[in-house]
Ligand binder design. Structure first.
Ligand SMILES: Nc1ncnc2c1ncn2[C@@H]1O[C@H](COP(=O)(O)OP(=O)(O)OP(=O)(O)O)[C@@H](O)[C@H]1O
Length: 374
């Protein structure tokens, strides 16, 4: 698939912007702080309904404006779709598909699929486990949009359960039968939705493993092998992907942790406490990998995500935000070679020299709030 047109209204630094795009490579080039990332961030937002660099929607709306609108014309197998998202910080966002409102924005997840790699992705390797959980869940949702509902159900259950545990912990005496009965209900919910999420992640990690190893070896051939495994808060070494079995394991896990959870006032078992462990050779990547190795590992994860989505039948849009300036000459040309065949590659760079010669295509200059085709 590819994006044929991007239209912005009050998004980040843009009062308005209209950008025509086509398949192949397009580079956005211009000095720092001129709005290159804002453009690709908008495309990423249409795909994932989130930003790769802001935890909430508020920073996406132009200072002083009440809302932002992002429209993307998407072409998939010669069929065109116009996706529109209205971003209303603090209120519900609205979505339209081919100019008709859709009841909930999440219903159009999957219409545009992107894989975006940006400097912030270093946190995939160096950051907290939450970064890697988000990576898995976003990829799950990109592959199967129903996971957006699974994740939001799970978050809702967790919030309610934590509120109950917190108030029980605050009372500092044994909870009464009513509290315990309510907790039983939340435990069952947590086990059911948690098992769904857990099974999805375990399957995902198994599918990603060989792809990450291959991408990393291609990018950094002289470094150790990249590997990953899913570490569950259940402690079980091997996790099945049988939902029923996982739900039983989760139920047993929360039952075992109940005393401790009531004391601490927080849910200690479930996919929200799990970790995606990354390894380089014999060592964990987090805390051991060099800056360059971490960067290549993060890139390897994104390229593996691209391969996985591509294997589902259609190339996602590949976005490389400020990536090439960080790489040495070898990695730069290996990466360029790897991404060149993708249906659409969007690149941002501060100077033309940061766009590898192998990636020829269209180019825009971004400066003074304007996006001008070269
Ligand atoms: N909500 C907002 N309202 C107005 N301006 C904003 C908003 N959010 C960001 N900006 C402005 O957008 C600019 C940053 O744009 P962007 O991150 O796209 O830059 P860039 O061209 O990718 O720069 P670099 O090369 O440094 O990465 C900054 O000047 C910032 O002040």
């Amino acid at each position: 698939m590819h994006v044929a047109h991007l239209s912005l209204q009050d998004f980040r630094s843009y009062a308005t912007a209209e950008v025509a795009l086509g398949p192949g490579v397009t580079a956005f080039v211009g000095p720092n702080g001129q709005g290159k990332t804002n453009l690709v961030e908008a495309i990423g937002y249409v795909a994932s309904h989130g930003s790769h660099r802001a935890a909430t929607d508020a920073p996406l709306v132009r200072q002083g404006a009440p809302r932002a609108i992002v429209r993307a014309g998407v072409v998939k197998d010669d069929r065109k779709a116009l996706i529109e998202l209205e971003i209303n910080p603090g209120k519900a966002n609205r979505a339209r598909l081919n100019r008709s409102p859709v009841p909930r924005p999440r219903e159009i997840l999957g219409m545009l699929r992107t894989v975006l790699f940006a400097p912030e992705d270093l946190a995939l390797v160096k950051g907290d486990p939450g970064e890697r959980r988000r990576f898995m869940d976003e990829l799950l949702t990109a592959r199967a949009p129903r996971f957006a509902a699974v994740r939001s159900d799970y978050d809702r259950v967790l919030k309610q359960r934590n509120a109950l545990l917190k108030s029980a912990a605050a009372h500092r005496r044994s909870p009464g039968p009513e509290v315990l009965a309510t907790l039983d209900v939340w435990d069952a919910h947590l086990a059911r939705t948690g098992a769904e999420l857990l099974a999805g992640r375990v399957e995902l990690v198994e599918a990603l493993r060989p792809l990450v190893a291959r991408a990393y070896a291609a990018l950094a051939p002289s470094s150790g092998a990249a590997d990953l495994h899913y570490k569950s808060s259940l402690g079980a070494e091997e996790l099945s992907t049988d939902r029923g079995r996982l739900a039983e394991q989760l139920l047993a896990g929360v039952a075992e942790a109940r005393k401790q959870e009531l004391e601490r006032g927080v849910s200690l078992v479930g996919p929200h406490r799990d970790e995606l462990v990354l390894r380089l050779g014999e060592l964990p990547a987090r805390g051991y990998a060099s800056h360059g190795e971490s960067w290549s590992f993060a890139l390897g994860l994104r390229l593996a995500a691209f391969d996985l989505l591509r294997a589902d039948g259609d190339d996602p849009v590949l976005i490389l935000d400020d990536v090439f300036a960080e790489l040495d000459a070898g990695r730069r040309s290996r990466l360029a070679e790897m991404v060149a065949p993708a249906e659409q590659v969007l690149i941002t760079a501060a100077v033309p020299a940061d766009v590898p010669a192998e990636l020829t295509g269209g180019s825009y200059t971004v400066a003074d709030g304007r996006v001008v085709r070269e």
